[in-house]
Design a protein around this ligand. Structure first.
Ligand code: ZN
Length: 419
């Protein structure tokens, strides 16, 4: 039976890219049942015959799985300076702003996201209960790092303008206790800082963060509680090697990756989330602190060639942007960068859908358009195989659905009306 929210529908005429890496299907049919599950996705020739199910004509469009962003910070406003300013706002206002960013990100085509620092598990629960419109969420809460490292926002005067991002731990025992505290509070992922970073003033990407033993302790705690895994903020090469030997699930950034690191990744099955949107975006000089401009300038080219090396070596890649540090709701600009470092457009689209679902442990439910999967999908009026950069514009995403329910629909009225 039909419901007004769009569940139970037949979508016809689009080019289908199903997220598995298979070649596109022209003139496809997608059938969604009243539970929000996919009944059929494939060529019109083999589709079940039309019945009373309402038909949506998608001729001239491309139909894809809903995209993933495996590295976001919904609690942060788009640059470090505004984030610090935001902290003067009441917590309730910050929550509404976070909710707004989630909604805008969903409308840009991201139906699932992993937040790697700055929000708690309540956002995941609110989204799941339908109280909050946004991507399905996996959260890490706060990231763990050493005193003076990437998660330590303490200033020389002892004040600590931390927007809920960091926990400071220096020993395996401290890391164990903080991991358990976060897991008790309901996080899905733990995040460690294996190196310093760009945006913090007192450390550098080449600095080593938590040591291998401490990271291994965190990996063990996540496994003991059967959570999704451990993400490692890793930029310089010494910390990258530490994180990989300790058994992390995903390597975030990976800007310094070398052939030995690539080898370790291939052996362990660790997934790279290269956040090229963050690495390659050069702020205008004078608009950010000089230390940040200098760091970014030094690292941009270095990052591009090392990530290209990892891609060439066959390291698995998932889509992540670090939005929150950068702007929200232009997440799919990352696809263009993935192509720049050597993926084909189809491989980039697969990395952003089925490949990311695999990293997040959700591949049996979302990420590909196959029978039995939840009907999370997007429709675009650009041809992403010819114009991958076109997907960066949120307006190019004309329809977004989660479990068959329509979250955005800017198809023309004529095309959207049932025939
Ligand atoms: Zn981040």
């Amino acid at each position: 039976m039909t419901t007004s929210n769009g569940v139970s529908a037949r979508y016809e005429g689009a080019v289908l890219i199903d997220g598995t890496g298979d070649e596109p299907v022209t003139d496809a049919v997608l059938l969604v049942d009243d539970q929000g599950l996919i009944d059929y996705a494939g060529a019109a020739d083999s589709a079940p015959p039309r019945d009373a199910t309402p038909v949506v004509d998608l001729s001239g469009h491309t139909l894809l799985p809903g995209f993933f962003d495996c590295h976001v910070h919904f609690g942060l406003g788009g640059n470090m300076m505004s984030s610090l300013r935001d902290m003067a706002a009441p917590p309730s206002l910050r929550s509404f702003e976070t909710a707004h960013r989630m909604r805008e990100t969903l409308r840009a085509g991201i139906t699932t996201a992993r937040d790697l620092g700055g929000i708690d598990a309540g956002y995941r629960q609110a989204q799941r209960r339908g109280l909050l419109e946004g991507p399905r969420l996996r959260v890490a809460g706060r990231m763990l790092g050493p005193t003076g490292g990437h998660s330590d926002f303490t200033l020389p005067d002892g004040s600590c303008p931390d927007p809920g991002l960091g926990s400071v731990v220096d020993t395996p025992e401290q890391a164990r206790r903080e991991s358990r505290t976060l897991l008790r509070d309901g996080v899905d992922w733990l995040k460690v800082c294996a190196t310093g970073g760009m945006t913090t003033p007192s450390d550098d990407p080449e600095d080593v963060g938590l040591d291998e033993e401490t990271i291994r302790t965190v990996v063990g705690e996540a496994a003991n509680r059967r959570r999704d895994g451990v993400a490692a903020h890793s930029q310089g090469i010494v910390g990258i090697h530490n994180a990989l030997r300790a058994g992390v699930t995903s390597l975030e950034h990976g800007y310094g990756l070398d052939p030995q690191g690539n080898e370790l990744m291939l052996r362990s099955g660790t997934v790279l989330v290269p956040t090229l949107s963050a690495a390659l975006r050069m702020p205008e000089r004078g608009t950010v602190p000089e230390y940040l401009w200098q760091k970014k300038h030094r690292w941009a080219e270095h990052s591009r060639s090392n990530i290209a090396g990892a891609v060439a070596a066959g390291v698995p890649v998932a889509l992540g942007t670090d939005s929150g540090i950068g702007p929200h709701a232009s997440n799919l600009d990352e696809l263009r960068h993935l192509v720049e470092v050597g993926l084909s457009p189809l491989e980039a689209l697969t990395a952003g859908t089925g490949g990311s679902a695999r990293l997040l442990g959700l591949r049996d439910r979302v990420g590909t358009l196959r029978p039995g999967m939840l009907a999370d999908f997007v429709v675009t009026d650009v041809d992403p195989l010819r114009n991958i950069a076109g997907l960066a514009d949120p307006d190019a995403v004309v329809l977004v659905a989660q479990a068959g329910e329509i979250r955005k629909n800017t198809l023309s009225n004529k095309a959207a009306s049932a025939s």
